[in-house]
Design a protein around this ligand. Sequence first.
Ligand code: S3P
Length: 178
Amino acid sequence: MNIVLVGLMGSGKSSVGRILAETLDRPFIDTDQAVEHEAGVSVAELFAREGEAAFRDREAAAVADAAGRPGQVIATGGGAVLRPENRAALRRCGLVFWLDAPPEELLRRAVGQGVEQRPLLAGPDPLERLRSLARNRAEAYAAAAHYRLDTAGRGARAVAEEILAILKESKQTWHSSM
Ligand code: S3P
């Protein structure tokens, strides 16, 4: 079974994912990185050159590819849940965790990581953009995820520990139901 992380930009998917992969000794896959590797250019460059629709096609291919292998930790791009086929593939291939936080905090974290790498936040009001993405995508994240984690005010390690505890619990439940 894979461990899959979904959520908006700045929600900590990559940081939490790396900690989980290291702790559990599993490969770490980041679908944005997979797209960049395949295309040979950055996500920002892809948006500029080919537009968002072409990026989403590449992203869907990366999601399908990652979901086709077991035993990994998979961090997805913030918009990977938008396509129903991506949501279905992610839910089928493992346990899906939605890392959620208020837009103000997401923006602070995204800025800390370099907002220029996030083409969707490039406009004049990135906070309003995050607020509207949060509103528009809440349903898609909820449909994709088995668990929603409130990460407000918490570091990546604390969130990773909560996920590890859930995994332990779900394994026990599974064993005791056999
Ligand atoms: C996007 C999120 C980004 C990246 C692209 C689009 C989105 O990934 O896939 O810029 O639609 O929310 P991160 O969530 O890893 O920043």
